[in-house]
Design a binder for this molecule. Structure first.
Ligand SMILES: [Zn+2]
Length: 218
């Protein structure tokens, strides 16, 4: 028993010695770095290119954006703020489509690389969905196939950001023939999503999905 205790003391002393003598004395110049290669792997790059094409001039696409750069905990209680902040500390969003003028995040896109569902992947998806839902950020799930379906990507994005000039796009109510107006859903599952609605509301309640215009593409 004594023997073990002595050994432990020696070990602790040794650790303390090493720690102070070497690690603390290390200079910044003793750490050197090398480049890691491209920021995105080939699949991520192809998807990125499709996304920038789909968005065009209507948004700026950022990739691998730290969650903490986009959202912050709502909590006012210090401890809970710290826990919430810790939850997102090491995570990033795959792609963030930002407003081209203000760079404010408008849509989050998660790319499914096709790898099988693992515990880590499920945890990440849970976190993503929760973060986006509570922050009121639209989340779109993308997959590799969409890298070759720019029209489909555009269709998904169109519900959240301006991809068409509203004044150029004139639609008429299919029920009464009156020109329709663009509105944004204020609540419900589609909160923040835009749609066309008859300008004679509440007399005529006809509405139309905003993104129908892209249906013919790709
Ligand atoms: Zn109408």
């Amino acid at each position: 028993m004594e023997y073990v205790a002595i050994l432990l003391i020696i070990f602790a002393a040794f650790y303390y010695f090493i720690h102070h003598r070497y690690l603390k004395q290390q200079d910044l110049k003793d750490s050197s770095f090398k480049k890691k290669g491209p920021l995105l792997n080939s699949k991520e790059s192809v998807f990125y290119n499709a996304l920038t094409t789909a968005v065009g001039q209507h948004g700026i696409v950022m990739s691998k954006v730290m969650m903490s750069s986009v959202v912050t905990p709502k909590e006012t209680d210090k401890k809970r703020w710290f826990i919430a902040s810790n939850r997102i500390a090491k995570s990033y969003f795959d792609y963030v489509v930002c407003d081209p003028r203000t760079l404010e995040a408008r849509v989050i896109i998660e790319l499914d690389d096709g790898s099988p569902l693992s515990k880590g992947k499920i945890e990440r998806q849970k976190l993503l969905m929760h973060v986006c839902k509570s922050a009121g950020l639209p989340l779109i799930g993308g997959n590799i196939k969409m890298s070759y379906q720019v029209g489909k990507l555009r269709r998904l994005l169109a519900a959240h950001i301006d991809l068409i000039e509203p004044d150029r796009e004139v639609r008429f109510c299919k029920r009464c023939g009156t020109p329709m107006v663009i509105k944004t859903a204020a609540h419900g599952d589609f909160k923040g999503r835009r749609f066309f609605t008859c300008s004679r509301q509440p007399h005529c309640t006809y509405t139309e999905n905003y993104n129908v215009v892209f249906e013919e593409e790709s």
